[in-house]
Design a protein around this ligand. Structure first.
Ligand code: AMP
Ligand code: MG
Length: 571
């Protein structure tokens, strides 16, 4: 009997060659894109959390989710008719070096579901046991990293960042031994399995491994396959479609990284095996969220020396990774022009969209309309205004860094400030502005001294170091005054600007310490915080009364705590 009606249509395994060997023997898998492998059953699975949106997308009812069958299936203990479980073969460049075959060492895809809307969703269990690609590892995942992947996948989705999704989080009732900081202190931890979901889990590395082995025919089959399944809108003859495909991958990658920069997300391990062909954020490992704005920050202790994957370096790394993909597929292109063009398209797209994103975060108008708001809207004036605004943005970011200000809170509070009318009065009650009464601010003109006082009080919640804020008082006030002049020159009503800024500047992000608190509780047997966070992160742009705590800056105890500011690849 089928417990729930998932319709499977497994194109990847039916259209691409698989490994003829079915054992778990660790091996180099040649001439194939995947290996058949079933999940290894676990002792005592328990469902800790699920995403109701994802369940609904898969046409699973609340009763389906509550059933024992659901827990059995999504822990890997039971297969449904139509499932065709497999592990994919891929390689990758890790920290800049070619690493050879990697593959799904602990991820096992169950199959591709086609839902009632006709959408295709691949279901994949992470932590489901050994595969031929497990190398020296155990095929399992610990609870802490599974909570992080589960929550962040859904949080990113609701923030509007392209991402793989998560359906469920199950504990296995088994222990997994991990040396969290690779420092000779292994300890047993609770094991877990996440069911993640995406239209495609193909990575740059799926192409790279075939190119490295000079399996050009298979490389061509894989390219044809992904163009057909994952990029069905591409048009033209074969060379045209291939050119458009690479361009599309470049574009999607650029847009993904812009979104990371917008919300302050640091992936942490942008190896080419962790780069999705669909431009989805994939493989949540030692990722992190900026608290204080620092372009050089990385949460990944494994990368602490080179800081290759630091926040501000992400666009450059994405470009480097795309170049590896271009080199891999190069034998299938008659000339390098389309690949070159794709790389240029990445650069162009990233530059334009990053600029537009920052302008929106700061509440400035689109570049096209920008500068036309002033009294003097002559052409020269426009350019001058835009240049002035570029400097304003750069100065603002530099100040955030120097003063150690919280990235998320700063922009949210800037949005609140934008809601104030030019005279300084708030156009609606301040709600979140700490310590400042609107009657106080309404007395002030936009004079330099008034704005200086405003700044320190209005942004108080975003400072990590009061002494630094005080030391930069003049500079901050001056910057704020310049910003005020720019926004006051625009005809956009304050309340509309505030609303527009609040749509791009989230109030809630999955701060590292928040995830860690949920993990600490879950490890003690209480999964309730995971559910609370999941709920809060469903509406990250809304003020949620009663949940202010989850919008607060990183508390001092979390500054140097493992899991909050320091993470490793051990998961
Ligand atoms: P990651 O750093 O998570 O992207 O993983 C790099 C490679 O190591 C991938 O091929 C993973 O499947 C594999 N891997 C990571 N952890 C494990 C594990 N516990 N068991 C088996 N393979 C793993
Ligand atoms: Mg990976």
């Amino acid at each position: 009997m089928t417990p729930f009606a998932l319709r499977f249509d497994n194109r990847f395994t039916s259209e691409l060659p698989g490994d003829p060997e079915t054992s778990l023997r660790r091996r180099q898998v040649l001439g194939a894109c995947w290996s058949p492998v079933a999940p290894t059953p676990v002792a005592a699975p328990r469902l800790l959390a699920h995403s109701s949106e994802m369940a609904e997308t898969l046409d699973l009812s609340p009763e389906d989710v509550a059933s024992d069958a659901f827990t059995q299936v999504f822990s890997g203990n039971r297969l449904l008719p139509g499932m065709d479980p497999f592990a994919a073969c891929y390689g990758g460049h890790q920290f800049g070096n070619w690493a050879g075959q990697l593959g799904d060492g602990r991820a096992i895809s169950l199959g591709e579901v086609v839902n009632s809307q006709g959408e295709r969703w691949e279901l994949q269990l992470k932590g489901a046991g050994l595969t031929p690609y497990s190398r020296t590892a155990d095929g399992r995942a610990v609870l802490r990293s599974s909570v992080r992947e589960f929550l962040c996948s859904e949080a990113m989705h609701h923030l509007g960042v392209p991402t793989t999704r998560a359906l469920s989080l199950v504990t296995t009732g088994e222990e997994v031994v991990r040396d969290m900081f690779y420092d000779g202190n292994p300890r047993p931890e609770p094991g877990a399995v996440v069911c993640r979901v995406a239209p495609s889990f193909l990575r740059f590395g799926n192409f790279e491994i075939l190119a490295a082995r000079q399996e050009t025919q298979l490389l061509e089959s894989l390219l044809d396959f992904t163009m057909d399944r994952d990029f069905p809108h591409l048009e033209g003859d074969v060379p045209e479609r291939r050119a458009a495909w690479f361009r599309a991958v470049c574009e999607r990658t650029a847009l993904m990284v812009v979104e990371w920069m917008r919300v302050g997300f640091v992936h942490g391990v942008m190896n080419t095996d962790n780069m999705s062909i669909l431009g989805l954020t994939i493989d949540y490992g030692p990722y992190g969220w900026l608290d204080d704005f620092d372009p050089d920050w990385t949460p990944n202790t494994t990368d602490a020396h080179g800081r290759r994957y630091r926040f501000g370096h992400q666009p450059a790394v994405a470009q480097w990774n795309l170049l590896r993909l271009a080199q891999a597929v190069h034998p299938l292109y008659p000339a390098t022009d389309p690949l070159q063009e794709g790389m240029e398209h990445f650069h162009r797209t990233y530059t334009e969209r990053y600029d537009a994103m920052l302008r929106a975060k700061f509440g400035l108008s689109d570049r096209e309309t920008g500068g036309k708001h002033g009294q003097d809207s002559g052409k020269e004036g426009d350019t001058e205004t835009l240049e002035e605004e570029d400097v304003l943005i750069q100065d603002g970011l530099a100040l955030l860094h120097r003063v150690e200000m919280d990235y998320t809170l700063f922009f949210r509070l800037l949005g609140e400030a934008a809601g104030q009318t030019p005279g300084g009065a708030s156009s609606e009650s301040q709600g979140e502005g700490p310590g400042e009464s609107s009657s106080e601010s309404s007395h002030k003109s936009a004079s330099a001294s008034g704005d200086r006082i405003n700044f320190l009080t209005h942004f108080e919640a975003a400072f990590y170091d009061a002494a630094k804020a005080e030391a930069h008082r003049e500079e901050l006030g001056e910057w704020f005054r310049r910003w005020r002049v720019r926004v006051d020159a625009s005809p956009e009503p304050p309340e509309a600007r505030r609303a527009r800024m609040h749509q791009v500047n989230p109030r809630y992000v999955l701060r590292n310490y928040l995830a860690q608190e949920a993990i600490d509780l879950a490890e003690q047997g209480d999964p309730s915080r995971i559910r609370t966070l999941l709920e809060v992160m469903r509406r990250p742009y809304e003020d949620q009364p009663g949940h202010d705590r989850f919008a607060a800056r990183r508390p001092e105890w979390a500054r140097n705590r493992p899991g909050c500011s320091m993470l490793s690849c051990s998961s």
